[in-house]
Ligand binder design. Sequence first.
Ligand code: ADP
Ligand code: MG
Length: 367
Amino acid sequence: MQSMTEKKQGFETACAAAVKARNFAEAAKAASGAADCAEILASRTTGAVAAAYAKETASWRQLAEKLEGRKAGTPAADRTDGGAAAPDGGEWLVADKPSITFDDIAGMEEAKRIITEMVLYPMQSPEKARALGLTPGGGVLLFGPPGTGKTMLGKAIAGALDAPFYYASGADLRSKWYGESEQRLSQLLKSAKAQPVAVVFLDEVESILPKRSEGSHAADNRLVTQFLADLGGFADSPNLLLVLGATNRPWDIDEAVFRTGRFDEKIYVGPPDCAARKKILELNLKTAYTSADVDLDALAAAMEGASGSDVSAVVSAAKRSALGRAIREDGDPVLTAVDFADARERIPLSITTEILAPYKRFMDARF
Ligand SMILES: Nc1ncnc2c1ncn2[C@@H]1O[C@H](COP(=O)(O)OP(=O)(O)O)[C@@H](O)[C@H]1O
Ligand SMILES: [Mg+2]
């Protein structure tokens, strides 16, 4: 049987899909469904959790009402305010909350701590944060070599928060909306800013905010200028907005983005150390059987130079080879040391000194 949370999720997904299809009647129905579920969940829980569900109930009811209104008239094209109905920019809203949590991410202690202090705590206790004069929210840039878990961290933040989460990757924004990327990005940010609490995750942010120069495309320049304008003064607003950027190429980002303090926190996400590599091995082997000759400590130690995604890839390759053997020999699927040795030969390690050098130069020049 479906749990109430799953039922609510079903309505949320249906609502997002209907909004996307501009079927506002359907969306309104789904929003009321989500409100009903949230109300039931509120009645079944206590304390902060119940309060969060009550808040959610109210916001779903509100959204349902707005969608009802929209159903009755006001064709979308005539609207200019952007705030009164289902938020434009809603196409970036992530309806299915990722199930990844902070515990699924190895290492990255500093990133987790900063995110916890900047968003999770202030969201849990906004009154306490205000009493301390803390302005919650802000901008955080995660940078570091590919495959170190930056995108994963963004998903975990979405999973941890009871707040709308907007996700846009630079590549999507550019390819899908070529020529109108800046309007799209602007809509996304406006819609997020209109929410009491929201998180915006801009993945591959270097292609959203590339260095402006004489030779660069006018469209690129507009994108950066517009972004800076849209984010201007968001610290003064009573709404809580967290803008996260992730990039493998921080040096390609326009200088002004750093100068103007749009990303107050810059966090280097480096390759996993030995302990983190071991944890990634364990995380990826949670549901698999390994034979006694597999020594994860030794394996983790030997994989110096592996990114998190290399470690995951080695486990996947080892699993495939174990599966092949199990089928050939009609035996149980169990990973052995030989599977790991074969996998390691096939998967090259991606973190070299040449890869790391530009990050070091970037940090030396900037901090
Ligand atoms: N710190 C980590 N903890 C657990 N898994 C990781 C970690 N870093 C990378 N991975 C694995 O590698 C994959 C790719 O990571 P990703 O978040 O896409 O990296 P990035 O965005 O930094 O390029 C993840 O889906 C995960 O399987
Ligand atoms: Mg990524």
